[in-house]
Design a protein around this ligand. Structure first.
Ligand code: GDP
Ligand code: MG
Length: 163
């Protein structure tokens, strides 16, 4: 069984954009994974010669920004149970939100590798804004741009080391 990496976070931070980047040219959905539900997408990828599965969480109802906090909490709990490592994604445009803090509270208690990823750091100006995410109490973070790919290599280097 290959390792599982789950991507969690509130809506619109860019989870699916990263997921799609990771599974590019690879098989998209693995329906055979037990316990698969429609609000989770599974894919396979590899980095530095290591294969792993990725779970994109968060609901696929078109145009639904309006996800209940309880639903996000459920996704995080599932990820905690199921994954070997967790990518917790936030984004720099909006800064720290209450929902980010809630997810951080759940993840701080977890005994698995958690990678705090700050998305939408598309340029150097945004790098400076990212420091506010230290307030989440999860330590060091990975600034990335899921759209242009910057920072994703360093993130994946560390993720596969943890698997
Ligand atoms: P999800 O709800 O967390 O899965 O977020 P999506 O992947 O659907 O992305 C939400 C929005 O953010 C979309 O309009 C994306 O194009 C945009 N987005 C995702 N990644 C980036 C990024 O790195 N930079 C910028 N500027 N926008 C991004
Ligand atoms: Mg999504």
């Amino acid at each position: 069984m290959s390792s599982i990496v789950a991507i969690v976070g509130r809506p619109n931070v860019g989870k699916s954009t990263l997921f799609n980047r990771l599974i590019q040219r690879r098989e998209a959905i693995v329906d055979a994974v037990s316990g698969v539900t429609r609000d989770r997408h599974y894919g396979r990828t590899d980095w530095n010669g290591k294969e792993f599965s990725v779970i994109d969480t968060g609901g696929y109802v078109k145009g639904s920004d309006d996800v209940f906090e309880a639903e996000i909490d459920k996704q995080v709990e599932l990820a905690i149970d199921e994954a070997d490592a967790i990518i917790f994604m936030v984004e720099v445009e909006s800064g720290v939100t209450g929902m980010d803090e809630e997810v951080a509270n759940l993840l701080r208690k977890v005994d698995k590798p958690v990678f705090l990823v700050i998305n939408k750091v598309d340029n150097n100006d945004r790098l400076a804004q990212a420091v506010e995410f230290y307030s989440l109490g999860l330590g060091e973070y990975y600034p990335i741009s899921s759209i242009n790919g910057s920072g994703t290599g360093d993130l994946l280097d560390d993720v596969v080391k943890a698997l």
